[in-house]
Ligand binder design. Structure first.
Ligand SMILES: [Zn+2]
Length: 233
């Protein structure tokens, strides 16, 4: 099945229709790159579709993004990331999840379960129903302007996009830490944290997805409080 008649193309066409604007399919950003190959070159990773005027990226993630399968994973072949293909895909999806909002763009991930689909995640393509669902998803994302910064270029410290629900769900005593970061943060939008994320990315380091933990757990993990947002020295 070619890309044109794939479920992905179907979903992205509906996004175009809902937005009244054609997205740039397979767009590649300078700052979104894979791991270095043998030549040291880091290829730009594509996103499914990008609407520059909306500062919006949509990713359609079929079930194989969440469930490794033999067919997609080529388990006998290693990738430049030093992991098998399925793991690399998960790694790159995580990178997209961090870097796209980190660079001031809205990211909407659409999954088959949100649309009319069978149990294996193949879309039933009930067009009107799916269009209405996608319209709602995208309008909600586009209307939520609270955390999307105006990007003024590479020097700006980008802000991770967090929804108000996401923030409300976080208890006051919770802090944000990542596996490799030396410090934990109380503020998910902390400029210091964003700087760290950017620096790691520029150095080609693997980005470890941050997670909310209790402050006690962060201390046990050997993390120090951020100087900017968590009262560190
Ligand atoms: Zn901080």
């Amino acid at each position: 099945m070619g890309r044109e008649d794939s479920d992905e193309a179907y979903v992205l066409d509906l996004c175009d229709e809902a937005l009244g604007d054609r997205g740039e399919r397979q767009h590649r950003f300078d700052w979104l790159r894979g791991d270095p190959g043998s030549s040291g070159r880091r290829v730009k990773l594509p996103v499914d579709s990008y609407w520059p005027s909306r500062r919006l990226v949509v990713e359609y993630r079929e079930l194989h993004h969440d469930q490794p399968t033999m067919f997609f994973d080529k388990p006998d072949r290693m990738t430049v990331s030093g992991v098998h293909r399925g793991e690399q895909r998960a790694l790159y999806d995580t990178r997209r999840d961090t870097q796209i909002p980190g660079n001031g763009l809205r990211l909407v991930v659409i999954r088959p379960a949100e649309l009319t689909a069978d149990a294996r995640g193949r879309l039933l393509r009930k067009r009107e129903e799916d269009l209405s669902t996608i319209h709602d998803i995208l309008m909600r994302a586009v209307a939520d302007t609270t955390d999307v910064p105006a990007v003024r270029g590479r020097t700006e410290q980008p802000i991770r996009h967090e929804t108000s629900e996401e923030r409300a769900a976080v208890d006051e005593s919770q802090v944000l830490m990542s596996a490799k970061g030396a410090r934990y943060h109380r503020d998910g939008n902390c400029a210091g944290r964003q700087q760290g994320v950017n620096n790691s990315d520029q150095l080609g380091r693997t980005l470890h997805p941050p997670r909310w933990v209790s402050e006690g757990d962060a201390r046990i993990a050997g993390k120090l409080p951020c100087k900017r947002c968590a009262g560190g020295q």
